[in-house]
Design a protein around this ligand. Structure first.
Ligand SMILES: [Ca+2]
Length: 442
């Protein structure tokens, strides 16, 4: 696969973090929430299993206040103690904690709308030269993690770069405070309570100090931004000192990152993303991350990697593959292999995954995209996305008008485009919104 990655041009939290969909904001994703990529919604990845901490589930607080936060903590404390947290652990971890509106604001800002992917991908140009330096400086540690997990060193390095700029931006939030604030705010209360429990467990078991619980606004920690529950479940000791230190030890961080991807199904030796060359007359409605066909089926349709290779020369004939159009039919078409989806497991944002995959390809020696982006095409704000969704709802399509661009919206747009005789790329645009505004609904 190494060969494959090298010869090709391709694309891109633990969740390791809560992430988003391609939307317009550029930030840093993480196995914890990074800067929301263009478009996204704060999707949650893994919920930790185990005893149910919060049977009541999510309950959004409309107007968060310090008083409400204190009352919530008073109610939460006995539940945390019942889940195994010692009173002394809770009291010391919570000392000095107050409602963190910045965490709440950043989390809310990460949802809705859809950004321009090529703007988001500018981060790759910034991360590439520094990545080459970081890669050569840490070659031994990255290669060791690659050998032990089967995940390519460039893929691990790319996540490291996208998450924390190669360890330069680890975040400065006290994650106990961030997680408690987000749990109180309530949209994803059950998720953040589980993560808070994991953070307190890390503290209680002596795996981290309070100072080391410094990370992103959404609670992600360390070089590759793992959420606390993922440190407990998938963190690994890479340097053999007996500790899982994903902040201070690059060996630990790289091995844990590879372990996360492998755990979620990474296929050693396979590529993740490649620029596609589509045949004339390609049926746009076959494209989208929600549609998978086998490599052999794509071969039969005439889809090739941009360098002319058949997909069955890159992965097995039965391997599931998607063709994705991150800027619609006028933009660069991409081939997304199964390993691409492991980046989505890390952070469920298409823009994030494309950025990680593309940077990994570039670090492996691939060129930039040969085809261009539709520079005259804008993104969509959350309000515009909501309006577009409302128009489709009024026409009977199955979706929710929440301002977020996900698979349901993609399918509804595709179905509408087909019915209207438009290129059915499933990609919402301002032009489509205008058409819906002006069209009479029968
Ligand atoms: Ca260690």
């Amino acid at each position: 696969m190494r060969l494959i990655a090298l010869t090709f041009a391709l694309l891109a939290a633990a969740c390791a973090s809560p992430g988003s969909e391609p939307g317009p904001v550029a930030s840093m994703p993480a196995p914890a929430p990074p800067p929301p990529p263009p478009g996204g919604d704060l999707a949650v990845t893994a919920n930790t299993g185990g005893p149910q901490l919060n049977p009541a589930g999510n309950q959004q607080v409309a107007n968060p206040t310090e008083g409400g936060f204190r009352a919530y903590l008073g109610e939460l404390r006995p539940r945390m103690l019942a889940a195994g947290i010692a009173p002394a652990t809770w009291d010391s971890a919570m000392s000095g904690v107050s409602l963190n509106m910045k965490s709440i604001g950043l989390s809310s800002g990460a949802s809705g709308g859809m950004g321009r992917i090529w703007t988001y991908l500018e981060r790759v140009d910034v991360l590439l030269p520094r990545g080459r330096t970081a890669l050569s400086a840490n070659r031994a540690a990255l290669d060791k993690a690659a050998r032990e997990t089967g995940v390519d060193a460039v893929a691990i390095a790319s996540i490291w770069g996208n998450e924390t700029s190669y360890g330069n931006v680890l975040g400065n939030f006290y994650v106990v405070e961030a997680l408690a604030s987000l749990a109180y705010e309530g949209r994803r209360r059950a998720f953040f309570e589980e993560e808070l429990l994991a953070a307190l467990t890390l503290l209680q078991e002596g795996l981290v100090t309070r100072e080391e619980l410094t990370g992103s606004y959404a609670g992600a920690l360390g070089q590759v931004q793992f959420m606390p529950s993922n440190i407990l479940k998938l963190g690994r000791d890479g340097d053999g000192d007996g500790e899982r230190d994903l902040r201070g030890s690059l060996h630990d961080a790289f091995l844990s990152c590879g372990n996360y991807l492998r755990h979620h199904g990474w296929r050693p030796g396979e590529p993740w993303l490649a620029e596609a060359r589509l045949p004339a007359g390609f049926r746009w409605e076959l494209a989208g991350p929600d549609i998978r066909m086998t490599a052999a089926e794509w071969d039969d349709l005439g889809v090739r990697a941009f360098d002319g290779r058949r997909l069955t020369a890159m992965v097995g004939a039965e391997a599931p593959v998607s063709v994705i159009l991150p800027a619609g039919h006028r933009g660069v078409p991409l081939i997304a292999f199964e390993n691409y989806r492991r980046f989505l497991d890390y952070n469920p944002s298409q823009a994030y995954a494309i950025a990680v995959a593309h940077l990994a390809n570039r670090l492996a020696g691939a060129a930039g995209f040969a085809q261009g982006w539709p520079a005259d095409q804008g993104g969509m704000s959350a309000a515009e996305m909501t309006e577009l969704q409302s128009h489709l709802l009024a026409r009977g399509y199955d979706l929710t008008a929440d301002g977020r661009f996900g698979d349901k919206t993609r399918r509804a747009v595709r179905a509408y485009q087909l019915s209207a005789g438009l290129p059915a790329d499933g990609y919402p645009t301002g032009a489509l919104l205008n058409r819906l505004r002006n069209e009479r609904v029968s």
